[in-house]
Design a protein around this ligand. Sequence first.
Ligand code: ADE
Length: 229
Amino acid sequence: MRIDILTLFPEMFCGVFGTSMLGRAQANGLLDIRTHNIRDYADNKHRKTDDYPFGGGAGMVMMPQPIFDCMEAVQGGETAHRILLTPRGRLLTPERAKELAAFDRLILLCGHYEGVDERVNTIIDEELSIGDYVLTGGELPAMVLVDCVARFVPGVLGSEQSAEDESHSDGLLEYPQYTRPANFRGMEVPEILQNGHHANILKWRHEQALLKTKQMRPVLLGRFGKKTE
Ligand code: ADE
């Protein structure tokens, strides 16, 4: 899968995707992540990319021209799913991340300042937000999206199952995990995990996941139609 990121701050991405799982996925050719500086496409002398909003108001708005030119150059006439990261977008969910992982090409546009000229939406397929809070720009959200989507690209994670097993994929938060030693500073790993049968362990994990979700995110239980008992 190829992912192009259009940003005014490409330096923010330096090294971010080069290590760990995503670094390996890129080395293996599963992912190809590239950043592009929108400013390089500004057709004015001062390489200006923003201007005052028509109608007045605080802050600056990103101008359409550098974004259109950057998008056209990067897309190069090929098909790609184009996403604008903005706090007013639809919330990114694991279900949507999984669907996005099926595209061959994604182009992510990082918004900035007070927003992006509305006409940019004519070259955008989807607006996404990573949560109901406002960040200074779309760069960190783009990183979150890339990481979240990449986990669903076959082969990116060590085992195909892990993306499905973890918190949220079945609508529940993840059950508690333990590793050696069995006793650490007097804190014991639950007996059932040390000696239990596979079926008992599965049952315990499910109960723990339900309990954790009830405590921390009860809304998830309703959303995924889970029984609380
Ligand atoms: N840009 C600023 N805040 C954002 C958010 N919460 N999600 C996506 N893009 C953003």
